[in-house]
Design a protein around this ligand. Structure first.
Ligand SMILES: NC(=O)c1ccc[n+]([C@@H]2O[C@H](COP(=O)([O-])OP(=O)(O)OC[C@H]3O[C@@H](n4cnc5c(N)ncnc54)[C@H](O)[C@@H]3O)[C@@H](O)[C@H]2O)c1
Length: 330
């Protein structure tokens, strides 16, 4: 049984607290959040303790592991402090808003010796993982083209967008990791940003984007993102290879279809939003973390993966602003 503290009682903190509480090998020990009674409100229903200061989690000998779900600028400070205190860490994406922040903390990051995993939950989505496993098994021959579609049902508040680091660091970062999961090293990137929402445009960010990535193997990935989608949380993936193709479709609550005089084959909306759509992925991500900590093995998504995803996000930001094709060292 792993005793886990959650740092940050916001949206993702709720996801992790619920996932820990439902996991047979995990126990929610503590929730830390300095704002109002957010920690208390999240901790109480699970019988966990609450604290304002994250230091309480690092100092508590009964806490084995920490999940960092605080705002992005605090990820490195919280990750480093937790690891220095000997805790295993599952840290949310992105590792930082800026590669400069990663480089400034390089010595501390290199010194980490406890298990560290990053929250690229989509690697653990059963459908995406099954597509990847089939590719690895050679079911479609050599992978030639990967298409990742990720559209949110609605944009987050403008106040969130302003401090998010931009669409590529905040949203596309998941897709950059998925592309690397399938294709390995990326050597070339081109991004096109769109301003479909005037309120988001005012913040200086894009609210939709298309990114193409070329891998060292010659395979190409296309990522299609939008901060809004009229039909809900649109999460799909297609892998096309020499000898076939694999498709992971959207997921609905039931398989019920309605046909009547106005419509045929109408289905329920897609599962909405990340809490529901990726509930299995968060559970399997936590299982992979616990398994690695218990077995003393390296967790599947480490600091290097987080840094590479951020590097791609920075390259995409530059590409979308300048129109340049960015060549990356492989
Ligand atoms: N993997 C995913 O699917 C996923 C989904 C959503 C968010 N995220 C990531 O999780 C992080 C948090 O996002 P969110 O949407 O939950 O944000 P949020 O604003 O809802 O929650 C952040 C929480 O952290 C708290 N906080 C601020 N300073 C703190 C401190 N010093 N110590 C402890 N807590 C502190 C805030 O009070 C707030 O409750 C972001 O980096 C985001 O990119 C990941």
């Amino acid at each position: 049984m792993l005793n886990i503290a959650v740092i940050g009682a916001g949206r993702i903190g709720h996801v992790h607290a619920r996932t820990i509480a439902g996991h047979p090998k995990a126990s929610l020990a503590l929730v830390c959040d300095p704002v109002g009674d957010a920690a208390e409100q999240l901790a109480a229903p699970y019988g966990a303790r609450a604290a304002k200061d994250a230091e309480e989690a690092f100092a508590d000998p009964k806490v084995d592991a920490v999940i960092v779900g605080s705002p992005t600028p605090l990820h490195i400070p919280h990750l480093v402090a937790a690891a220095k205190a000997g805790k295993a860490v599952l840290c949310e994406k992105p590792i930082a808003l800026d590669m400069a922040d990663v480089e400034a903390a390089q010595t501390d990051l290199d010194a980490i010796s406890t298990p560290v995993m990053f929250g690229f939950n989509r690697r653990f989505d059963p459908s995406f993982a099954a597509v990847r496993a089939a590719v690895q098994e050679g079911r479609i021959g050599a992978l030639e083209q990967l298409t990742i579609i990720s559209r949110d049902p609605a944009a987050p508040p403008v106040e969130y967008i302003k401090v998010s680091g931009g669409i590529f660091r905040d949203m596309t970062i998941h897709d950059f990791d998925t592309a690397r999961f399938f294709l390995g090293d990326i050597v070339e990137l081109h991004a096109v940003g769109q301003n479909l929402d005037p309120a988001i445009k005012e913040t200086g960010d894009f609210d939709a984007a298309v990114v193409t990535l070329k891998a060292a193997s010659g395979a190409v990935a296309t990522i299609i993102n939008n901060r809004h989608c009229a039909s809900g949380y649109d999460q799909r993936l297609e892998a096309s290879g020499r000898n076939g193709a694999l498709f992971a479709e959207n997921i609905r609550g039931t398989t019920v279809r309605l046909s009547n005089a106005e419509v045929t084959d109408a289905q329920e909306p897609y599962l909405d939003f990340f809490l529901e759509r990726y509930a299995d992925a968060y559970r399997l991500e936590l299982s992979a973390f616990i398994e690695a900590v218990e077995a003393g093995t390296t967790p599947p998504t480490g600091i290097a993966d987080a840094v590479e995803a951020l590097r791609l996000a920075e390259a995409a930001t530059t590409s979308a602003r300048t129109g340049e094709v960015i060549r990356l060292a492989s």
